[in-house]
Design a protein around this ligand. Structure first.
Ligand code: HEM
Length: 808
C-alpha cells in the first residue's frame, strides 16, 4: 500500500510535467482542490491509520479528466488556427508565384537579356518592415502632435498648407550643399537616438535641434518617419487602384488617368506631393549623392502609400509613384518628341532593339522632330539638340558643365577621370594634363607613330597582299591605336597583339553592356542591373580592365626607377621635360602635385583608364571611316597620294610635325570624314541649375544632348550633306558666316577633346604610311557600312578592305 500511495502521490507530478509550467502559479491555480480526507503529505503512513474517501477521489479524478478535455479542445482550436494560417500562407505563396510568373512572362516579352524578376520579388519581400498595427500593439508608436497622426490635423496650424515637418526638413537639406551631395542621401539610415530626440522636439513644435543637425541622414530619417507614420497616407491604395486597377497588366495608361488621380486628392495632399516631388528631383539631379530617381521612387513609394511593399503588387506601387513623378514632368509639353508612354516614356521605342536599331531610331527621331525634341527615359527627360546655336549655348554655359547621368554608368568602369569629373577636380586635373599634349611633347611621339604605322603596313602586307583577301580593318586598327596610346601617353610598350587584343575585347564587351544599359528600361536602373547576370560579367570585365591599366602604371614606375638609377647623380636638365627625356603623360600624373599633394593611386588609375579608352577607340573609329572614304573615292585617294609624294616622297621616311603640317588636302579629307562619321556621335550634359537654353526653360536635372551626327549631316549647314567632299571646308573657310559650332567632332569649349592634336597627327602619320605602301580598295565598290554607336561610332559588321601594294 505504501507503494500504491506513493504512486497516487507521484501521479500529481506528471500533470505539471504535461503542462510544462511546474513552478508557475497559473498551473497551480488550475489544479482541482483536494477532496477532504485526501492525504496531504507524502509521509509514509500505516494502512490502519487511513480512511480513504473513494468518492472524493473519484471527484478529483473527474476534475482532472475535465481539465484534460479542456486542454484537448484548446489544442484543437490552435490546430484550426494554424491550419487557417497555413492556408493563407499557401494562398499568398500561390499569389506571389503567379505574380512572379506574370512578371517573368512580361519580362521575356520585353527583353532577351537576363533581368531576374524573381530576385526582384525576393528583394522586395526581404525589405518588408513590421506593420504599423503591430507597432501600435507593442506600444512602440502612440498618438502624437506631429507623428502617427492624420495629415489634416498636422497641417491645421501650418502655413503654407503642407506639414511643417516636411517643409523644415527640405529647407534644412536644400540650404546645405554638403547635405545634398552626401552619398546615399535617404538611403543611409540616420542615428536612431537622434531621430527619436528630433521626434520628441518636433512633437513639441520645436525645430531648433533639426536646424542644428550636422549630418543629413537624421533629417531624412525624420521626414521618412513622418510619412511612414501618417494615419492617412498621401495616396491611399484604394485611390491608386481606382485609376490603375491592374498594374501588372498595364501597358497603356493615359496621361489623363494620372492627372485624374492627382486631381482627386485634396489640396493638402496635392501641395505636399508637389513640394516633395520637387525636392526629390533636386536630390536626384545631384551626382555626388549617388541616388537616382528610381531608388528614390522605390523608397518613397512605400512612404507615400504608407503600406508595406509585400502587401500590394510591387509594380503597382512603383508605377503609381512614377505616375506622380510623371505629373511633375509636364514642363516640356510644348516640345515635339516621339509619343510617350505613361511612366516609361519613350523607353518602349528602344525595347528589344540592338545598337544598330537604336542608332537608326535616333536618326529617325531627329529627321521627324527637327533640331530640338524631347525623349523621356523612365521619367528622366533628355532634350536633344542638333543646331550650332544650341551646341554653342550648351558648350559655353556653366549651367551645363557637368556630364549627364549616362556617363555615370561609364564611370563605374573608367572612374572619375578627366572625361567624367566635374568642378574643381576636373579643373585641376585638366591643368595638370594639358601640358602633356604640348606640341614639344607631341614631337616626341611622332617617332612612335612612325614606327608603329610602318609595322602596321608590314602586318597588312602579310594579311592582305599575299592572299589577295580583304581584311576587316577595324579590329586591326584598334590594336594599332591601343599600342600607340600605351607607348606614347603611358610610356609602356605592348608585348604584342595578344596583350592588346585582350584589352580591346574587354573594351568591346564593356561598351556593349554600357550601351545596353543606357537604352534598356530595366537595366538602366542601377538596383535592377545589379540583379542581372550581366552585372556580374560587367564587374569581372571592369576588374580585368583595371588590372591591365594597373599593370601599365606599375611597369612605368619601374621604368622610371631604372632610368633614375642609370642617370646616377646627374642633375636634371631644366628643359628635359620637353626635350631629351621622353616624358609620358603618365609621368606627369605620377609627379603631379595638387595643393602640394600627389594624386592618389586611384586618381592615377582613373586617368590612365580614361586615356587608354578615349585615346584608342575613338582614333580607331576615325581611321576606319577615313580608310572607307578614301577607298570609296579613288579620286580623293589619288589626290592625297600625290600630295604625299610631293611633300614627303614615295618611300617611308621619318616624319615630323612640320612635314605632317604640310599635308593640307589630306587634312581636308580627314576633316570631311570626321564630319560624316564623327567617332563620338552624341554628347550629353545635365543642367545643374534652372536655366534658359535658346527658347526653352530647362529645369535643373534635365539632360541635354547634342546630336553631332545629325548636325553634321544636315543640309541646312552642309549643302549636299551626304556627299564626301573634302573641298567643302575650303569653301566654308572663305565664307565668313560659317558657325564653328556646326562642326564639332572633338566637341568645343572648355571641355573639348584634350587629345585632339594627338589624334590628328596620329591619323595623318598612319594615312601617309598606308598610302605610301598601298592602294586601298573596297572589295565591293557599292559597300556601305551599317552603323552602330556603342558610345563610339562603329561599323556594325566591321569594314573589309583590300590593300594592293604600290610598285615604287
Ligand atoms: C579622332 C579621335 C577623337 C575624337 C573624335 C574625340 C572626340 C572627343 C569628344 C567629342 C570629346 C567630348 C566628350 C564629351 O563632351 O562628352 C572628347 C573628350 C575627351 N577626349 Fe577625345 N577624341 C578623340 C581622340 C582622343 C585621344 C587620342 C585622346 C587621348 C590621348 C582623347 C582624350 C579625351 C579626353 C581625356 C576627353 C575629356 C576632356 C575633358 O572633358 O576635359 N581623345 N573627345
Amino acid at each position: 500500500m505504501d507503494s500504491y500511495l506513493g504512486l497516487a502521490q507521484s501521479k500529481l507530478k506528471p500533470r505539471s510535467v504535461v503542462d510544462g509550467f511546474s513552478n508557475r502559479s497559473a498551473t497551480i491555480k488550475k489544479r482541482p482542490t483536494r477532496p477532504a480526507g485526501y492525504p496531504t503529505t507524502s509521509r509514509p503512513i500505516s494502512t490502519s491509520s487511513i480512511v480513504i474517501d473513494t468518492a472524493a477521489q473519484f471527484r478529483y479524478l473527474q476534475e482532472e479528466h475535465r481539465l484534460v478535455l479542456e486542454k484537448c479542445k484548446k489544442l484543437e482550436d490552435s490546430y484550426s488556427t494554424l491550419e487557417a494560417e497555413y492556408a493563407k500562407v499557401k494562398s499568398d505563396n500561390e499569389r506571389l508565384q503567379s505574380a512572379y510568373e506574370e512578371l517573368q512572362e512580361s519580362y521575356n516579352n520585353v527583353t532577351a537579356k537576363n533581368f531576374n524578376a524573381g530576385k526582384l520579388l525576393v528583394y522586395f519581400k526581404l525589405k518588408r518592415r513590421t506593420d504599423k498595427e503591430t507597432l501600435e500593439k507593442r506600444n512602440i508608436i502612440k498618438n502624437e502632435a506631429c507623428f502617427n497622426t492624420y495629415l489634416q490635423d498636422v497641417v491645421m496650424l501650418d502655413n503654407p498648407r503642407i506639414p511643417r515637418v516636411i517643409h523644415e526638413c527640405i529647407a534644412v537639406l536644400e540650404s546645405n550643399d554638403k547635405f545634398m551631395k552626401s552619398p546615399g542621401l535617404y538611403r543611409v539610415s540616420g542615428d536612431h537616438n537622434t531621430i527619436q530626440n528630433l521626434r520628441y522636439d518636433i512633437n513639441a513644435n520645436n525645430y531648433k535641434r533639426l536646424h542644428k543637425q550636422k549630418s543629413p541622414h537624421e533629417i531624412c530619417g525624420i521626414l521618412k518617419l513622418f510619412l511612414r507614420e501618417l494615419k492617412d497616407p498621401l495616396i491611399s491604395l484604394e485611390t491608386c487602384e481606382k485609376y490603375f486597377p491592374d498594374v501588372l497588366q498595364m501597358k497603356i495608361n493615359t496621361r489623363s488617368k494620372v492627372m485624374q488621380l492627382i486631381n482627386s486628392l485634396d489640396a493638402v495632399r496635392q501641395n505636399t506631393l508637389k513640394v516633395l516631388m520637387k525636392h526629390l528631383r533636386n536630390v536626384a539631379a545631384i551626382q555626388e549623392n549617388e541616388v537616382d530617381n528610381f531608388s528614390l521612387g522605390l523608397l518613397f513609394s512605400s512612404l507615400i502609400f504608407n503600406e508595406t511593399l509585400a502587401d500590394v503588387s510591387v509594380l503597382g506601387v512603383v508605377a503609381a509613384v512614377l505616375a506622380v513623378f510623371d505629373w511633375k514632368l509636364k514642363a516640356y509639353q510644348d516640345l515635339p518628341g516621339p509619343r510617350r508612354w505613361p511612366l516609361i516614356g519613350n523607353v518602349v521605342s528602344f525595347l528589344g532593339a540592338g545598337p544598330v536599331e537604336i542608332f537608326d531610331q535616333l536618326i529617325a527621331f531627329a529627321a521627324t522632330y527637327g533640331k530640338v525634341y524631347k525623349l523621356d527615359f523612365f521619367y528622366d527627360y533628355t532634350i536633344v539638340y542638333s543646331s550650332p546655336e544650341a551646341a554653342e549655348a550648351i558648350l559655353t554655359s556653366p549651367a551645363f558643365a557637368a556630364k549627364s547621368q549616362d556617363y555615370d554608368k561609364v564611370s563605374e568602369w573608367i572612374g572619375n577621370g578627366l572625361l567624367i569629373s566635374r568642378g574643381q577636380k576636373w579643373f585641376t586635373h585638366r591643368k595638370v594634363i594639358t601640358p602633356g599634349f604640348h606640341f614639344k611633347i607631341l614631337e616626341n611621339f611622332v617617332p612612335v607613330f612612325n614606327r608603329q604605322a610602318e609595322a602596321f603596313c608590314a602586318k597588312l602586307e602579310s594579311l592582305s597582299v599575299g592572299s589577295g583577301k580583304a581584311v576587316n580593318i577595324f579590329p586591326e586598327l584598334k590594336l594599332l591605336t591601343l599600342g600607340i596610346i600605351c607607348e606614347t601617353a603611358m610610356g609602356v610598350g605592348m608585348a604584342g597583339d595578344t596583350q592588346q587584343a585582350y584589352y580591346t575585347q574587354i573594351v568591346e564587351e564593356l561598351s556593349s553592356i554600357l550601351y545596353w544599359r543606357m537604352f534598356n528600361v530595366f537595366v538602366n536602373i542601377d538596383v535592377l542591373f545589379r540583379l542581372t547576370h550581366t552585372s556580374k560579367r560587367f564587374n569581372e570585365l571592369v576588374k580585368k580592365s583595371w588590372n591591365f591599366t594597373l599593370d601599365m602604371i606599375d611597369k612605368r614606375r619601374k621604368i622610371n626607377q631604372l632610368e633614375e638609377q642609370n642617370r646616377g647623380s646627374e642633375e636634371r636638365n631644366e628643359d628635359e621635360s620637353f626635350g631629351k627625356r621622353k616624358r609620358a603623360l603618365l609621368d606627369t600624373l605620377l609627379e603631379a602635385r595638387i595643393d602640394g599633394k600627389p594624386l592618389t593611386d586611384e586618381e592615377i588609375r582613373e586617368e590612365v583608364d580614361t586615356f587608354t579608352f578615349a585615346g584608342h577607340d575613338t582614333t580607331a573609329s576615325a581611321m576606319t571611316f577615313i580608310l572607307y572614304n578614301v577607298a570609296k573615292h579613288p579620286v580623293v585617294q589619288e589626290r592625297i597620294y600625290q600630295e604625299i609624294v610631293s611633300e614627303i616622297g614615295e618611300e617611308f621616311c621619318e616624319l615630323s610635325l612640320s612635314s605632317l603640317n604640310n599635308l593640307h588636302y589630306m587634312e581636308l579629307a580627314i576633316k570631311e570624314s570626321l564630319r560624316l562619321f564623327p567617332p563620338v556621335p552624341v554628347i550629353a550634359r545635365i543642367a545643374t541649375e534652372d536655366t534658359q537654353l535658346l527658347s526653352e526653360k530647362i529645369t535643373r536635372g534635365t539632360s541635354v544632348a547634342i546630336d553631332i551626327f545629325t548636325m553634321h549631316h544636315s543640309a541646312d549647314y552642309f549643302p549636299d550633306a551626304e556627299r564626301f567632299d573634302p573641298d567643302r571646308f575650303e569653301a566654308a573657310r572663305s565664307t565668313q558666316t560659317f558657325n564653328p559650332y556646326t562642326y564639332i567632332p572633338f566637341s568645343a569649349g572648355s571641355r573639348n577633346c584634350v587629345g585632339q592634336k594627338f589624334a590628328q597627327y596620329e591619323l595623318k602619320t598612319t594615312l601617309v604610311k598606308l598610302l605610301q605602301r598601298f592602294q586601298i580598295r573596297l572589295p565591293d565598290a557599292n559597300y556601305v557600312p551599317t552603323l552602330k554607336a556603342e558610345i563610339v561610332l562603329k561599323p556594325a559588321e566591321g569594314l573589309p578592305l583590300k590593300f594592293i601594294k604600290r610598285s615604287v
